[in-house]
Design a protein around this ligand. Structure first.
Ligand SMILES: Nc1ncnc2c1ncn2[C@@H]1O[C@H](COP(=O)(O)OP(=O)(O)OP(=O)(O)O)[C@@H](O)[C@H]1O
Ligand SMILES: [Mg+2]
Length: 312
């Protein structure tokens, strides 16, 4: 299935803060993975449908077609399995499970059904080994859609901007992941955090360096506490520089590799794909459901707002 012989990777791109670079990273890293010969599926879990549009799939032109909404709401229709119908090819080695605006209602419509968190995981399981990588673009919230993404994923990548206040949400985000992995009824006990991608990055700014230093020391402390979902997390290299071409290409329904293959944005995402896919991959945590995981305490520091204790 893949030319590089990797096990299937299922990565949720998640940050409840809006506009930090989740969709840009999911789409362009997926395109970079596809270019490396990996059969890649992008799942758009955001009712805004930005990732679908970025890949040239316009939900307003396919009102009668199945989308991720049908996959989440109609999982028992095996004969016309919505996921088979909904997945559309968008390039060589690249497929999209598109969103639609109705998806916003899914949070309510799924109600309190016992399997409401694991609908996407169950649907993806029907795809067997078809995809070498599944990239999930989460909406900017910690609601049921994001939880479906986290339940279906093996790992989490956190796109963020290195601003003083941007780190404040990271503690909440890690606490959410901890809750999903801990306890007897853990939804996804083996979920790990692969790391942070710094987006719209300005290498020159002094405060940027301070934020990155705080993040790196936070993850260094976590490395001393094996068993945390983020024990092997790191600041992934390279940071993605601010590049106007990355902001332009979604309106053309093109990835950066189609729109401006020589731009810094293309170089950065190709290099990031080398980091994510070129090495041995993330350390696999084999944690039993029910095994206790330390609480997250995120310490407010004088400058960035967040850093410190990695989890005691
Ligand atoms: N490296 C970059 N350089 C310049 N512009 C960028 C870069 N990365 C993202 N952008 C732009 O910043 C805006 C927000 O990015 P994006 O949509 O990827 O964030 P998001 O976290 O997915 O947002 P949301 O929370 O709304 O889903 C978009 O207009 C995007 O084109
Ligand atoms: Mg987005």
């Amino acid at each position: 299935m893949t030319t590089e012989g990797h096990e299937s990777r299922r990565i949720a791109f998640m940050n409840q803060k809006g506009g930090v670079g989740k969709t840009t990273t999911t789409v362009n890293l997926a395109a970079a993975a596809a270019a490396r010969g990996i059969a890649t599926l992008l799942v758009d879990l955001d009712p805004q449908a930005h990732a679908s549009l970025h890949l040239g799939v316009d939900p307003s032109e396919r009102m009668d077609d199945a989308s991720v909404y049908d996959v989440l709401l109609d999982p028992t229709d095996h004969e016309h399995a919505p996921i088979h119908e909904a997945i559309v090819p968008v390039g060589e080695n690249l497929w999209c499970l598109p969103s639609e605006t109705d998806l916003a209602a899914a949070e309510f419509e799924l109600g309190d059904q016992p399997d409401r968190h694991t609908r996407l995981r169950a649907a993806l399981a029907t795809q067997g080994g078809r995809f070498g990588a599944v990239f999930i673009d989460c909406p900017p919230s910690l609601g049921l859609l994001t939880l479906n993404g986290l339940a279906a994923a093996g790992e989490v990548v956190i796109p963020m901007q290195a601003h003083f206040l941007a780190l404040q949400g990271v503690g909440k985000l890690l606490e959410t992941i901890r809750l999903l992995t801990a306890g007897e009824h853990a939804i996804n006990p083996n979920l790990t955090v692969t790391g942070v991608v710094l987006c719209m990055h300005d290498h020159q700014a002094a405060h940027t360096r301070e934020v990155v230093d705080d993040l790196e020391s936070f993850f260094a402390e976590a490395a001393e506490l094996p068993g945390l979902p983020w024990s092997s997390a790191r600041v992934l290299s390279p940071a993605i520089r601010r590049n106007i071409k990355l902001a332009e290409c979604p309106s053309f329904g093109q990835t950066i590799f189609q729109y401006a293959p020589d731009a810094n944005g293309a170089l950065d995402y190709a290099a990031l794909a080398e980091t994510v896919f070129g090495g041995a991959g993330p350390e696999v945590v084999d944690r039993e459901a029910g095994e206790p995981i330390p609480e997250v305490h995120v310490v407010v520091t004088h400058n960035t707002g967040v850093a410190g204790d990695a989890g005691v």
